[in-house]
Design a protein around this ligand. Structure first.
Ligand SMILES: Cc1cc2nc3c(=O)[nH]c(=O)nc-3n(C[C@H](O)[C@H](O)[C@H](O)COP(=O)(O)O)c2cc1C
Length: 308
């Protein structure tokens, strides 16, 4: 199926997560059922300044599937220059993403992320200019203070050439707290058929079905990917045993160690640990032990225990 200008095998996507959706994580989720993944948001200012750490975020591998490279900037020209660097450095991606959703002060104080929600003309200009680089453009926004404003904002993006608009149903001032509003997402999906993806509180297969039943083109799994890394497969009716899940996570930890180094691999394994330990006897203590473990071998050993 074709969604947002990209040929995809399904409607479930791994959302962009800063500091998390690095190469080994994207590979893992692509191999476990995500039809598309995102990089973490990448600073165009950093790309233009030849910042090596920012360049690292553009690393992709042959094992990855369809990928959206998500950029952030506070100005259209900076965005386009950053996009050009991304194309030169990393040819293998399917679409550009623009972050108009991040509410964190270190991003918004410079006028990027959700600060752009207050500047519809800039949002349209950014979309139009980035589109001129020739790839589909996916824009991620948040709910604005009222529904009309949100509808008009999305309409402006689509009229400017956005191929997909992902809306997170929390306002920027809610950050990541409270419940994501689904009614505005349903309204957008009705108003702009085939253009809208959903984000917010996707924790179970029922949440995915709820968004799809509203007519959303795609659903982004964010924090839920860590509380259940096998949700993509379970949505397709494929269920793994506990031992199989541990085996998959052990393979992931080896690959993450190889690509990102032991420390980062351990941090990621700690994020995954709760998903395995939550139903175990003595799970609170096992989780505590997992959180303080100091090596991959130690955390794998804890995950493999059935009780204390
Ligand atoms: C740690 C963290 C990092 C995030 N980084 C990004 C990002 O780089 N770009 C972006 O558009 N959204 C980012 N988000 C937002 C998520 O993609 C998603 O929209 C949000 O978490 C709501 O979904 P959820 O309630 O299912 O977690 C981030 C969220 C979290 C929790």
């Amino acid at each position: 199926m074709r969604i947002g200008g990209i040929e995809l095998s399904g409607r479930l996507f791994l959302a962009p997560l800063a500091g998390i959706t690095t190469l080994p994580v994207r590979e893992f989720f692509f191999e476990h059922g995500a039809a598309l993944t995102h990089t973490e948001m990448i600073s165009c200012a950093g790309l233009i300044r030849d910042n090596e750490k920012t360049f690292d975020m553009l690393s992709v591998s042959e094992r990855e599937g369809p990928l959206v490279v998500q950029l952030f900037a506070n100005d259209s020209d900076v965005l386009v220059s950053g996009g050009e660097v991304a194309l030169e450095r990393c040819g293998k991606f399917s679409a550009f993403g623009i972050n108009m959703a991040c509410p964190m002060p270190k991003i918004t104080k410079n006028g990027s992320g959700s600060a752009i929600l207050r500047k519809p003309s800039l949002a349209k200009d950014m979309t139009r200019k980035l589109k001129s680089l020739g790839l589909p453009v996916w824009v991620k926004i948040r709910r604005l203070e009222n529904d009309d404003e949100t509808l008009r904002f999305a309409e402006g993006l689509i009229a400017s050439g956005a191929d997909n608009v992902c809306i997170h149903g929390r306002t920027a001032s809610q950050r990541y707290e409270g419940i994501a509003d689904r009614s505005i997402i349903a309204k957008l999906a009705r108003e702009f058929p085939r253009m809208i993806s959903a984000s917010g509180d996707v924790r179970t297969v029922n949440d995915i079905n709820d968004y799809l039943s509203m007519g959303c083109e795609g659903v982004m799994i964010a924090r839920g990917a860590f509380s259940n890394p096998f949700m993509f497969e379970e949505f397709e009716g494929r269920f793994r045993t506990r031992d199989e899940k541990i085996g998959e996570l052990v393979n992931f930890s080896r690959r993450a160690d190889e690509i990102s180094g032991g420390h980062k691999a351990l941090v990621l394994m700690k994020r995954f640990a709760g998903s395995i330990l939550k139903f175990e006897q003595g799970s609170a203590e096992l989780r505590r032990l997992a959180m303080v473990s100091e090596s991959l071998d130690e955390i794998i050993n804890i995950l493999s225990r059935r009780n204390l």
